[in-house]
Design a protein around this ligand. Structure first.
Ligand code: ATP
Length: 368
């Protein structure tokens, strides 16, 4: 069953200095019961605005939102259910805990708003604290606790009402990398126990990939692709998604007389098959670890410009035409700086040549 449905959801803002902006442009998506669904994209792409509209903190310019089968925002009917009546659990950026309340009071707060009786509050708070490993800390104030514990208070407060949908906006951004990893695991454990649906907003692609069943990658207020982490990585629909997930290396190429050349070297073809419908100028995309680097004569002949030793692999920068290609190999493949070599691109993906206008617009949005 669909737990969260967005139909043609659009949000426009007018800013004084930089004019009009469509922050969220015609979003359509369905998130299923029990799913962990991430919003991923660069700053200014519309992630938080979308989450705020789902939470009810922001009105829509157009479209409608349904939660657990119930319409909560329908612009055409002027229907708007306030956040407190949407039945959501939320953990937003930073440690959203109240410093003047102890752990028990922080977690009990949503139940007191519901005017629940004392015995039920005691029981539900005890349950939530147990599930978040905070039992015994009821009387302690947040300032005496670690970052991870403070974030667990926010989680306990979000689960105490047993919501069906949990909205998490960069909930781990203030934690150090090790703690982030263990909190990710704890969130998934809580989800397994309570079977809520999660929307998770993050800048961090590896975090999103680790936690999500499906992800939405957006750019400049538009949905680029919705898919599983694996498909987004292996079958990105465009250059933007390719570059956003994992490491990418791109080569501008020119197609002439049935051959593919790297821009800057129209003498030595790359030996690639030309896909149907390719324009004269294209971009060829690969992952740095799927390029073959050999000492033989198979591929494009060049040399190693720079060699960088990384912990689990070696990275090489090799000139191809007027461009620099990034290649990563296991340590057993070893070339010295200046040594000649051949590069071969294994099943690359093809995209239209770079759109400078898009790059300018992306920058403008980050400035607003
Ligand atoms: P970040 O990761 O930096 O939080 P985001 O992807 O969540 O970015 P949003 O905060 O949703 O992006 O913003 C989308 C666009 O809408 C941005 O260009 C932003 O500047 C603009 N925007 C957001 N809120 C407002 C507002 N209240 N008034 C005007 N413009 C806004």
């Amino acid at each position: 069953m669909d737990q969260i449905v967005l139909r043609h959801v659009t949000k426009r803002f007018t800013t004084k200095t930089l004019g009009d902006i469509v922050a969220v442009d015609d979003f359509n998506l369905n998130v299923q019961e029990g799913e962990c669904f991430s919003f991923l994209g660069p700053s200014g792409c519309g992630k938080s605005t979308t989450l705020r509209m789902i939470a009810g903190f922001e009105d829509l310019s157009e479209g409608e939102i349904e939660l657990c089968g119930r319409p909560v925002s329908v612009k055409s009917k002027n229907l708007y259910v306030p956040p407190e009546d949407r039945g959501l659990g939320m953990v937003f950026q930073a440690f959203a805990v109240w410093p003047h309340m102890n752990v028990f009071e922080n977690v009990a707060f949503p139940l007191r708003i519901q005017k629940m009786n004392r015995a039920d509050i005691d029981k539900k708070v005890a349950d939530a604290l147990r599930h978040t490993n905070l039992t015994g800390l009821e009387k302690v104030y947040p300032s005496d606790l670690s970052g991870g514990q403070q974030q667990r208070i926010a989680l306990a407060r979000a689960i105490v009402t047993q919501p069906k949908v949990m909205l998490l906006d960069e909930p781990l951004s203030n934690l150090d990398p090790k703690l982030r990893e263990s909190m990710r695991f704890e969130i998934k454990e809580l989800q397994r126990k309570f079977n809520f649906t999660i929307i998770f907003v993050t800048h961090d692609q590896s975090e999103a990939m680790a936690i999500s069943d499906r992800m939405m990658v957006c750019d400049m207020g538009r949905i680029m692709q919705i898919d599983t982490p694996e498909n987004l990585y292996n079958k990105p629909v465009n250059r933007f998604v390719h570059s956003f997930l994992g490491e990418s290396t791109f080569l501008n190429v020119v197609i002439k007389d049935g051959q593919v050349y790297a821009e800057g070297d129209m003498e030595h073809p790359l030996g690639l098959d030309i896909p149907d419908g390719a324009a004269e100028k294209m971009v060829v995309a690969t992952r740095p670890n799927s390029i073959e680097l050999t000492g033989g004569s198979d591929g494009y002949r060049t040399h190693v410009e720079k060699r960088i030793f990384l912990t689990d692999r070696t990275e090489y920068l090799v000139p191809v035409g007027g461009q620099m290609l990034k290649v990563q190999t296991p340590h057993r493949v070893s070339f010295a700086e200046g040594e000649s070599c051949c590069v071969k691109l294994e099943s690359p993906m093809w995209y239209p040549a770079e759109d400078e206008q898009a790059e300018k617009e992306r920058l403008r949005r980050q400035l607003i």
